[in-house]
Design a binder for this molecule. Structure first.
Ligand code: 1GP
Length: 244
């Protein structure tokens, strides 16, 4: 069943490409989060994602999400590193599976552990195939991913289509936070051509040119995390660049 946040994302996508801002609660205080979110909203971001590969959870996660909710009416979507990274203060959660992990924990077990907590928290689950490509960075290591080779885009496409056929309603192509280069344009294009669900691309996007290349290649939504945390004043030029 499609919930309110997912419906609003699909409505926004009908009008154009989108940018989501990612914040890792391990990296920001509630006050810093408020500051970044204010700038991101002014710049035209469409949603705030909260998460990190180290499964940040507990009081800091709650405090950061509450601070953000008090600052903006943009949707706040959890992007969990594991089953503990759930808070009832968010609006929704990307209910994601690392389809190219070698470890079933990251494909189905953490999802089993998180399912009841998500229901109890009353937040909207949005099923998403999460595919980690080279270099993968921290999430590639922690998630024990068989990293998708950058020069073999067809492999990424097979996983993406499998995710769609398993019922996942978004595909996220991830190069890893802080990657020295985003997912290659050719890979984005090949993936986009085989799937019908929206394609999210993140990891290593730090310039307007990289953002534009990603959306021109086929990304529907781009995500920036490191840039938002380190230089939120840059977000306006990134978001302007994806208006294609
Ligand atoms: C990480 O794709 C996101 O999960 C964002 O990556 O921090 O490199 O923007 P960056």
């Amino acid at each position: 069943m499609t919930g309110r946040v997912e419906t609003s994302i699909l409505d926004m996508l009908a009008r154009g490409k989108l940018h989501f801002t990612l914040l890792d609660p391990d990296d920001v205080t509630p006050e810093r989060a408020r500051n970044i979110v204010t700038k991101a909203e002014e710049a035209g971001t469409s949603a705030i994602m909260i998460g990190g590969s180290t499964n940040a959870a507990g009081p800091n996660l709650d405090a950061v999400v509450q601070a953000i909710k008090a600052t903006t009416s943009l949707p706040v979507i959890l992007f969990p590193g594991g089953a503990s990274a759930i808070t009832p203060h968010a609006d929704a959660i990307f209910f994601m599976s690392i389809l190219n992990s070698r470890n079933p924990y990251f494909i189905t077990k953490s999802q089993a552990l998180g399912a009841i907590p998500v229901k109890q928290a009353g937040i909207e689950p949005i099923p998403m195939a999460y595919l980690v490509t080279e270099p993968g960075m921290t999430v590639g290591y922690i998630g024990e991913a068989d990293l998708l080779p950058r020069n073999k885009p067809a492999i990424a496409a097979t996983y993406a289509l499998a995710g769609q056929y398993m019922g996942m309603r978004f595909v996220y192509l991830e190069a890893g936070s802080g990657a020295d280069a985003p997912a290659p344009a050719e890979m984005i294009g090949v993936v986009k051509r085989v799937i019908d669900v929206p394609l999210i691309v993140g990891g290593g996007i730090t310039t307007p040119e990289q953002a534009r290349t990603a959306v021109t290649a086929g990304a529907d939504i781009i995500v920036t995390g490191t840039l938002a945390e380190n230089d939120p004043d840059m977000l306006a030029s990134i978001i302007k660049a994806i208006d294609v």
